[in-house]
Ligand binder design. Structure first.
Ligand SMILES: [Zn+2]
Length: 278
């Protein structure tokens, strides 16, 4: 029997077909963000294409939070145009199978529990936005429902305005937007984290400086998380974390400078979210 996982990101969406617990088919598309209607249509089409004539027993969706995960309602994610949409009920009606909905960072965290067997950790996803998840004894720590929105801890009291409405959130400094802003400041044009990485690897001093500045802010966030939870390990995932050494060196240096407790190990992982979604 088959299962389908869809993980919607602010920029790209991944979809996989599982047989038993193995991925047998996988695709990645640019997320349709023109409107709520278009995005829902896009998700349905991806599932229909992946499903074909197969009989499936479950669909698992990963999507940026905050969510009402029990009812399966997408509340008001800053980076995609969905507002109070009952996605679980909608898809269950459409496909006639069980649907689960989980925040995308939680999917990555659950994927780590399944694939790596680690049971106590914190995870940060660095991409279009910054997501977070806290895992205690192999289970997500949920608080009243949405614990772990670590991208929205404040790191600059009067800093840049975040898409969540607050100022100075970690997300505003270490997401793709943070990189773009610094590229404009130091290089005079909007560049993506990847383009800045390529320049930095070629030895461009200004591009390296951008990574150092972003890394320093990431380190401030890591220190705060460590002081609260004192985890043994913090996993980083998402496109931005793949430039690991450029970003990690300044981040770990800053974290060690600020943290009061024993600093955690920082480890970069990828492609865990689809496993955690189903
Ligand atoms: Zn925010």
């Amino acid at each position: 029997m088959y299962k389908i996982a869809v993980v919607v990101g602010g920029t790209n969406t991944a979809c996989a077909l599982f047989k038993e617990n193995k991925i047998v088919k996988k695709t990645e598309r640019r997320t349709e963000v023109a409107s709520e209607e278009k995005l829902i249509e896009f998700i349905v089409k991806l599932i229909e294409e992946m499903k074909g004539e197969r009989k499936i027993k479950k669909i698992g969706i990963g999507i940026p939070g905050p969510l009402d995960w029990k009812k399966g309602i997408v509340l008001n994610p800053p980076n995609i145009p969905v507002r109070n949409f009952p996605l679980k009920r909608f898809l269950e009606k459409k496909f006639g199978v069980k649907v689960t909905i989980e925040n995308d960072a939680n999917c990555s965290a659950l994927g780590i529990v399944k694939k790596k067997g680690v049971k106590d950790f914190v995870l940060l996803t660095l991409g279009t936005g910054v997501g977070g998840a806290i895992v205690v004894n192999g289970k997500l720590y949920r608080g009243m429902g949405n614990a772990g929105e670590l991208g929205h801890i404040t790191i600059e009291a009067s800093g840049y305005k975040c898409t969540c409405g607050n100022r100075g959130c970690l997300e505003e400094y270490v997401s793709a937007r943070g990189f773009e802003r610094l590229a404009k400041k130091y290089l005079g044009k909007k560049l993506s984290p990847r383009e800045i990485m390529e320049l930095a690897l070629k030895g461009n001093k200004k591009a390296k400086k951008i990574y150092e500045e972003v890394g320093r802010y990431l380190g401030i966030g890591l220190a705060t998380i460590s002081n609260i939870l004192n985890p043994e390990i913090i996993f980083l995932t998402g496109k931005i974390s793949l430039a690991s050494s450029l970003l990690l060196r300044p981040a770990i240096k800053e974290m060690k400078k600020r943290v009061l407790v024993t600093p955690p190990k920082i480890s970069v992982v990828k492609n865990m979210e689809l496993y955690g979604a189903v």
